[in-house]
Design a protein around this ligand. Sequence first.
Ligand code: HEM
Length: 451
Amino acid sequence: MESHNSTNILYLLAAGAALGGAAYMANQYFPELLNNKTPIKVPASSSPPKKGKYNSDPDAPPPEPTPLYITPEQVKTRDDRPWRPFRWPYHQTMSIFKLDVNHWLDMDKYYYDYIKEKERVFHTYGKDNFDHLPGSEEACLELMEMVKSHMLKRYPLLFTTEDNGVHVKNELTGETLDFSLPLKLDPLIYISKMAKEDFYIVLKDEEGVHRLMAAAVPFPGGSFGIKHKLGKTLDVIHTEVPYYEAKLKPSMERWFAKMVPADLVERASWYISWDHRLLLNSVYALKESDKVESTVPPTEFNVRVERQTLRRLPKSKAIIFTNHPVFYSIEEMKDEPLVPSLIRKIIFEAPEGIIKYKNFESFRDHIVPYLNKLVDRQVDLGLIQEDTPVKTLPYYPFAHFLKESDAEKGWNNPKYATNYSETFKKEISVTEKLEKETYDRVEAGPNPFDV
Ligand code: HEM
């Protein structure tokens, strides 16, 4: 009896501390949410870079990264900046931010797993995911040199050389890359052995139209291999993208017309799945109108953030588009004010085209009871109020704890640090059957890129 009582008291104290902590967090970061006012603009010093000033000099040199002395040991526990690219209202817009060159190719604890997965995809699917067309050789070489120089300058303890870059040791994988001429591998492979990102190389053709001319894209997620996209124009590539013609194309064209090598930008898009695979996610492996199996626990659902960058190479003038997927479970974001409410709103109320493209209908009824619980929990904890307006967060596109860390320490969810490495490896080890079945089905259907 006695011990029961003290246990109860401990529980009460713990619950009180949790409530107090949550309310403190809500007050510190989101006072405007608690007071049910429209979110105020966060002062520039603590908010992520927004519009920023762009260069107009086409000959201005690209910015150089500054060294970050992190060790391979430190990489094992660090996380990327915490992305939360949820917007409401949800309009299809470019939504780009000025990019600090230091974040062009970020480093995180999944680096090794991603590089290993690139190897598997290359050995299994080869040119379906890594290929280039004639005319892109110069751009591919220029990109390879740029990636090499970036890695050596930004991460001097992770990429080392004793002969001025002729041989470069990747200290994270242990592999030494031989860059002596003639190159022994396709430049796209060197790039893929250094960076965990996917790379798209876009060049203007003789008519001034942008075409995808080379790509090292092992992690398309749902948009399948690049073999059907190589050589296609950006318009054709984005055929399936909702509202592209009306909303995206005009601003993309404007942006590309003025984008110079000194200007780098980034953006992030996202979708939801219940796995961590990189080449093909469960949500896109479903047959049309199929739904997630009822046995999948709602706590398994992740937001896959596609963190993207754009820059122009100085010599070839190629546009380099990178994509880096990173997963955040809904569970790990459950104490971030309004995140469950935003996800719930978007999967049910986003524009119809977005709901279809992201296949929200295949799982939303399955996870809505869970999301409802998370929203109620936030109200109980005082993180939000019942009538708090659901709107884009003040720290968009990041979580509020972005400013609590820096590039040296890396970012971790302070409350629910996650590491999906083991699950990821298990999922990858049994994925080929699913990939094959899905690819065969997609290949048998109409190809949207053959126009
Ligand atoms: C310049 C090089 C670019 C390349 C090579 C490229 C390539 C792609 C590819 C392959 C897809 C998947 C299409 C599919 O579903 O089959 C895609 C989707 C998409 N792209 Fe691009 N893209 C580029 C630039 C941009 C830019 C600048 C924007 C806007 C700022 C953009 C916005 C989108 C959007 C909104 C989607 C739909 C998926 C999502 O919600 O993000 N793309 N892109």
